[in-house]
Design a protein around this ligand. Structure first.
Ligand SMILES: [Zn+2]
Length: 75
C-alpha cells in the first residue's frame, strides 16, 4: 500500500493535495468504490476526490491506476 507523500515537517501545516490530472482537491480518504480495486487485486488507494471518486487514472506499468496526489503548489 502506498503511503501518502505528505511532508511531515514539525510545525508545518499540512499541504493541500490535488489530483495531478484534473487539479481538483484530493482528500486523504480511500475512495468509496473499493470493490473495484479488490476485484483487480490492486491495493486500495489512500486518496480520493472530494466526491468520493478515485483520483483520475494514469497509465502505469500494470495498466491504469489512480494518480498519486501532488501538493497543490506544484501544479
Ligand atoms: Zn482527478
Amino acid at each position: 500500500m502506498n503511503a501518502p507523500l505528505v511532508p511531515a515537517a514539525a510545525g508545518a501545516p499540512p499541504r493541500a493535495m490535488v489530483c495531478p490530472e484534473c487539479g481538483e482537491p484530493a482528500v486523504a480518504r480511500p475512495p468509496r468504490t473499493l470493490l473495484r480495486y479488490a476485484v483487480h487485486g490492486m491495493s486500495t488507494p489512500a486518496w480520493s476526490h472530494r466526491d468520493g471518486e478515485p483520483l483520475c487514472p494514469v497509465m502505469g506499468a500494470g495498466g491504469y491506476r489512480p494518480a498519486e496526489p501532488v501538493a497543490a503548489e506544484t501544479v
